[in-house]
Write a protein that binds this ligand. Structure first.
Ligand code: URA
Length: 232
């Protein structure tokens, strides 16, 4: 791949700035200054910008604080997708791990690691997903018990035992599901006569939404988050 393209894909800056940086002699490849932005580099070359390594990474992992109003897809002709929120230079090959509804906010993992995604989404693994929900009215011990026993939603879905923590006010809840069926949380509440007015994912397995991340922003997973998620 071309040197300037390589640097841009690694997120080192814009293509035009990087061309200038290369021409200015700020980039070394395997210890030698290369001043030609069109020079070819390979994945195992050691590239440095201002002395700092710009390493090729096969897999990348981002935490996105998903806003309402964007769909969990990689591209769409009409609607904004979660990948549209990722810097264009960093977007290639990425996809969201699972789906949140268009109106749902919160934690979404974005990666190009298909194997990890498969593990996290596998119905056999029952990775816990915790949501905060605001309902159109209060729920009580009756609903908590129904959820705990494994609620029959309809002929296609009987949910696994689900923790329902009733917050104050009682129309706000924290719910932990162990599977990820289509519109699962909304359908479970609908089955007990309640409508979900607002839904936000707080965690997925060991990965917890970083509340300091502004809505619509994303960041790389930390080393700790990454090693925790790899254990799943
Ligand atoms: N359950 C839902 O109903 N919607 C989501 O976005 C996630 C879980």
């Amino acid at each position: 791949m071309r040197l300037d393209k390589y640097l841009a894909e690694m997120g080192a800056g814009s293509r035009s700035d990087l061309k200038k940086a290369v021409r200015a002699g700020r980039v070394t490849v395997n210890g030698s200054v290369l001043k030609d932005p069109a020079a070819h580099v390979q994945a195992d070359d050691e590239v440095r910008l201002d002395g700092e390594p710009v390493a090729y990474e096969e897999y990348v992992y981002y935490m996105l604080h998903k806003p309402a109003g964007v769909i969990s897809a990689t591209e769409d002709k009409r609607q904004q997708t979660v990948l549209d929120l990722i810097d264009e230079r960093q977007r290639k090959g990425l996809f969201p791990v699972g789906r949140l509804d268009r109106d749902t906010e919160g934690l979404l993992l974005i990666t190009n690691d298909g194997e990890l995604a498969h593990r996290l989404l596998s119905p056999k693994r029952h990775v816990d997903k915790v949501y905060f929900a605001r309902l159109d009215g209060p729920v009580s011990e009756t609903e908590r018990k129904l959820f705990a026993e494994g609620l029959r939603v309809d002929e296609t879905l009987t949910a696994l035992p689900t923790d329902l923590e009733i917050l104050d006010p009682a129309s706000e809840v924290r719910v932990t599901i162990r599977e990820g069926k289509f519109h699962q949380v909304k359908r479970m509440f609908e089955a007990v006569g309640r409508e979900v007015l607002y839904l936000r994912r707080l965690s997925m397995g060991p990965l917890i939404l970083d509340e300091s991340l502004p809505i619509g922003a994303y960041r790389r997973l930390t080393e700790e988050e990454l090693s925790a998620i790899m254990e799943v």
